[in-house]
Design a protein around this ligand. Structure first.
Ligand SMILES: [Zn+2]
Length: 398
């Protein structure tokens, strides 16, 4: 029974049989022998070659059976091919030069998607480099296939890596398929320009919408290479700017007065910044108390909650009118950070209101990134951007 399962796993093509399975020092070693006189050339894949000579026995790591390390062993033959010369033969259970069987490689890749690379190494007793090399090979094989698919709506975002926050990668996301299309180093105009160059003018001309943060470099690259595409500024980035404005007001209030006042504002950050509908009812009392104490915080809070309404519009015109009207409320609040936020919206108004009819955000992309960040923090950070790029591609292309 065991030998039959093993045979099915190892030999998608016939021509080999399991001779023996023995327990040795390294684990269970399965001896395999060819059942035919002819062999396949590893250079061109052609069969029916005469055997030239036989090499010493080689081992391949296979999936652990009953939690015991399992190895496949055979003596490979060398063939005399009329195209390639003398070559080692091709086995059906592994790639040329790989020390793992196909099933084992698939298992490593499967685990690397949900665990950190270091975690996979620990689980399977592998070296970090061999896991990364497997991922690299897999990504290279998939890259062409994934890049060739037609693109309609894409998202652009940045991710930081390494110590300090100075190093960035730019990620291009396919909204229709929810996966990464391309990753480049840096976060400026040239970086995204590199993507458009690779895409070519014909395909860039077919893009319909691009979601992004209000970064000048990205905007410049899109207007240069894909002027027909609608720029949509990401809703969650805009909300983050609003949150920063509110937080600045909170800090100002904290330093403005002393004593009981300061105590009331201290540690209330999340009460203010969280959306009211997301706030637990038990905490709403605290919030009301805080807002009663401080007029400015109250006004800022009202303005923030009212801006929520902007996201309910389904036409760009309606949203535009709302944002213009929202300015009147800001006159009442007389709060500088909020007015600055509004001025920023007005500078980018077309892209902000483009959200209303299209309803596209970078949420999926951000979610993907934070998942990867969680993985990389749990084990070792990615100081080498190439490795981070590989892991990002690998996690996104299921
Ligand atoms: Zn050949």
């Amino acid at each position: 029974m065991l030998s039959r399962i093993l045979t099915e796993q190892l030999f998608s093509a016939k021509g080999w049989r399991v001779v023996d399975a023995r327990r040795e020092d390294g684990g269970v070693v399965v001896d395999v022998q060819p059942s035919r006189a002819t062999a396949v050339c590893s250079g061109c894949g052609e069969t029916k070659h005469r055997v030239h000579d036989i090499k010493p026995a080689r081992l391949w790591r296979h999936l652990d059976g009953w939690n015991t390390r399992t190895l496949v062993r055979t003596e490979l033959r060398r063939v005399k091919c009329r195209h390639c010369g003398v070559r080692v033969e091709q086995v059906p259970w592994a790639r040329t030069r790989s020390r793992f069987t196909h099933s084992f490689e698939a298992e490593v890749l499967r685990r690397a998607r949900d665990t950190s690379i270091l975690g996979v190494c620990r689980q399977l007793g592998l070296h970090w480099t061999s896991v990364m090399r497997l991922i690299e090979r897999w990504v290279e094989e998939c890259a062409k296939k994934h890049f060739r698919r037609p693109l309609r709506c894409i998202g652009v975002d940045e991710i930081s890596y390494g110590r300090g926050q100075q190093k960035y990668l730019t990620i291009v996301w396919d909204h229709d398929r929810s996966r990464i299309v391309w990753i480049g180093r840096g976060r400026d105009r040239e970086t995204l320009g590199g993507f458009f160059t690779k895409l070519g003018p014909r395909r860039a001309g077919r893009l319909e919408a691009i979601t992004m943060d209000m970064a000048q470099g990205y905007i410049a690259a899109v207007t240069e290479h894909a002027p027909q595409a609608t720029i949509v500024f990401d809703r969650f980035h805009i909300e983050r700017y609003l949150t920063w404005a509110i937080d600045e007001i909170r800090k100002q209030e904290f330093w403005r007065r002393r004593g009981a006042y300061r105590k009331a504002v201290r540690g209330k950050r999340f009460l203010l910044l969280r959306k009211h509908r997301r706030l637990h009812w038990r905490r709403r009392g605290d919030l009301a108390l805080l807002l009663m104490l401080n007029q400015r915080l109250f006004r800022a809070y009202v303005a923030k909650e009212q801006f929520e309404h902007a996201w309910t519009y389904t036409t760009a015109k309606g949203m535009r009118e709302f944002i213009v009207r929202w300015r009147r409320l800001l006159n009442w609040t007389r709060l500088k950070p909020l007015i600055k936020f509004w001025e920023m919206l007005m500078r980018h108004l077309d892209g902000v209101t483009a959200w209303a009819p299209l309803r596209l955000t970078n949420a999926a992309l951000e979610g993907n990134n934070s998942r990867i960040r969680g993985l990389s923090q749990r084990a070792r950070g990615y100081r080498n951007p190439n490795n981070l790029m590989l892991v990002l591609y690998h996690a996104s292309w299921r």
